[in-house]
Write a protein that binds this ligand. Structure first.
Ligand code: ATP
Length: 134
């Protein structure tokens, strides 16, 4: 079967360019999968884990927001932030998790706490920790 060309790009860098057999991505409406021959697609991404298969291997990456575009056998992930599981700094993610939890616990009473921002930061941190454990 023909391979898929997967590219994961952020505003800072190209995170991955690889030939893969399958991509599973976190869409805002739930996970979706792409096999070779998929119809063209443009989907918004949520914060979560993306995985791809290369033969018997499955590999994982963290992605935060942005879009996935499928065109021909090319899957382009244009994410606000993304890291391969091996590149995730778990200590940093744990600190980010604690910071965000502290802000959420300080709670709605505190005018200077942006709850939406803190809960997005918590979601990123938890997803990074999860992907790094893969
Ligand atoms: P932090 O509070 O630790 O900066 P964050 O969730 O606010 O976390 P982002 O805004 O998502 O960070 O990302 C900013 C940049 O830092 C991106 O380039 C992202 O890839 C990188 N980055 C953030 N957290 C980590 C991590 N734990 N390991 C590796 N790279 C990270």
């Amino acid at each position: 079967m023909e391979a898929l060309r997967l590219e994961i790009v952020t505003p800072d860098k190209v995170v991955l360019e690889a030939d893969v057999d399958y991509v599973g991505a976190p869409g805002v409406d739930g996970e979706f999968g792409v096999l070779p021959g998929h119809i063209p697609l443009l989907a918004a991404l949520s914060i979560g884990e993306l995985y791809y298969r290369q033969g018997a291997e499955t590999r994982w990456a963290f992605v935060a927001g942005g879009f996935a575009e499928v065109s021909g056998n090319r899957v382009s992930i244009l994410a606000e932030a993304a890291e391969l599981s091996s590149d995730i700094d778990v200590g940093r993610a744990k600190q980010a998790r604690e910071r965000a939890q502290g802000r959420l616990q300080a709670g709605p009473g505190k005018a200077d706490v942006d709850l939406a921002r803190a809960s997005a930061a918590l979601k990123r941190a938890v997803a990074r920790i999860h992907v790094a454990s893969r």
